[in-house]
Design a protein around this ligand. Structure first.
Ligand SMILES: *Cc1c(COP(=O)(O)O)cnc(C)c1O
Length: 229
């Protein structure tokens, strides 16, 4: 079927089938990978049919954009989960704790401290992941690989934060496999279970390397017309 003729629901069904197939090929249970539908830049009209088709977990990369969109959208169904997958400024930590169910981009002590303080104040406990800059790219967010074990330990010991997982975005021009393998190795050394890795172009590879969630945007929603912020 040509991309243009496919509806958003068709693409969602296709991605879910591909995830199950990739699980089978890796000898993993079909439900061992969570699909995070990345809805950044898309408005409520595009997202609503995806909720109505049964998708419950979504990813957003900007606090303010998510604040605008999700209060209304959450009312469409029970059990909607919204994850922050973009950079977090410490002055937005309060908004992020209030809004998100999972924050995947903890990457420095200042953020860890701000989140710990807001979580205590609000009595809310979003799940937290540490973002890892697996390619050590200077312009990219994330903890450098050699600092990950220590950073996770400090989040726990100094700030009393539970860290559930690691997240990475491999360099665009690299073969992603080695980055996914590195993330898996760091997770076992740091004692965390969850691995958020894989996007539209490489989620099947990520599943082969043990991803527990994949973040898929354009393969479900279509190309983003707004440039990637
Ligand atoms: C935009 C984005 C995605 C989804 O990218 P696609 O290529 O559209 O699937 C995944 N993860 C992060 C962190 C993103 O910013």
């Amino acid at each position: 079927m040509a991309e243009m003729q496919m509806t958003i629901q068709d693409r969602l069904t296709h991605v879910k089938a591909e995830i199950e197939k990739a699980c089978q090929e890796s000898g993993r249970p079909g439900d061992s990978v969570e699909l995070v539908a990345v809805s950044k830049t898309f408005d409520g009209e595009a997202i609503a049919p995806v909720i109505d088709a049964g998708q419950r977990v979504f990813g957003e990369n900007r606090v303010q954009e998510a604040q605008r969109k999700w209060p209304d959208l959450r009312a469409r169904a029970d059990n909607i989960e919204v994850r922050l997958i973009g950079p977090l400024q410490s002055n937005k930590a309060g908004d992020a704790v209030a809004l998100f169910d999972v924050i995947e981009t903890v990457d420095r002590e200042k953020i860890a401290r701000a989140l710990a303080s807001e979580m205590a104040k609000q009595g809310r406990q979003p799940a937290l992941y540490v973002q890892v800059n697996t390619g050590s790219e200077p312009q990219k967010a994330g903890v450098p690989p050699e600092k990950v074990v220590e950073f996770v330990k400090r989040c726990r010991d100094v700030f009393g934060l539970e860290i559930d997982g690691l997240m990475c975005i491999p360099p665009v021009d690299d073969n992603p496999g080695p980055h996914f393998a590195l993330l898996g190795e760091l997770a076992s050394r740091a004692g965390v279970e969850k691995l958020s890795m894989g996007m539209s172009s490489d989620y099947k590879t990520a599943i082969a390397f043990g991803a527990t969630s994949v973040r898929v945007g354009s393969a479900i929603f279509g190309d983003r017309t707004v440039p990637n912020p």
